[in-house]
Write a protein that binds this ligand. Structure first.
Ligand SMILES: [Zn+2]
Length: 135
């Protein structure tokens, strides 16, 4: 009798592990089997440690928000990809400025030239993309 209750409890805990894994955006069945064969306790500990795929951290206020959110629900900041391309642009330009200064240019000239080169570079990339799409 005790064994049956234990078995039922075991299955319930396995199902709980699977449900929690699903909620975090992982495949529940995998964690169900893992808990079933190892131990639901180990399963639960692993599920507690795995990352939540349905959420991401807001880069501004560091709170957990929905992975698809475009505006943070806590601080109201926009989370568009624009920020990352801007960061990429600034990185590219600052590296180019350093290169240009090392060839003897003044900081102002280097900045103007680097920005001009970046826009050319960007246009080239976009052209490449559209030709690839046409092929
Ligand atoms: Zn935020």
């Amino acid at each position: 009798m005790g064994a049956i209750i234990g078995g039922i409890l075991w299955i319930i805990l396995c199902a709980l592990t699977a449900t929690l894994a699903e909620r975090k955006g992982h495949k529940g069945i995998g964690y169900f089997l893992l808990a079933l064969f190892l131990s639901p306790l180990i399963g639960l500990i692993i599920v507690a440690c795995i990352s939540n795929k349905t959420q991401k951290l807001c880069p501004y206020c560091k709170k957990a928000i929905d992975i698809h959110a475009t505006v943070c629900g806590f601080c109201g900041k926009e989370l568009t990809k624009k920020n990352s391309t801007n960061a990429e642009k600034e990185k590219w330009i600052s590296e180019r400025i350093v290169e240009l200064i090392s060839t003897g240019k003044t900081a102002t000239d280097a900045k103007i030239q680097a920005e001009a080169e970046y826009s050319v570079e960007k246009n080239n990339k976009e052209e490449n993309k559209s030709t690839e799409a046409n092929e």
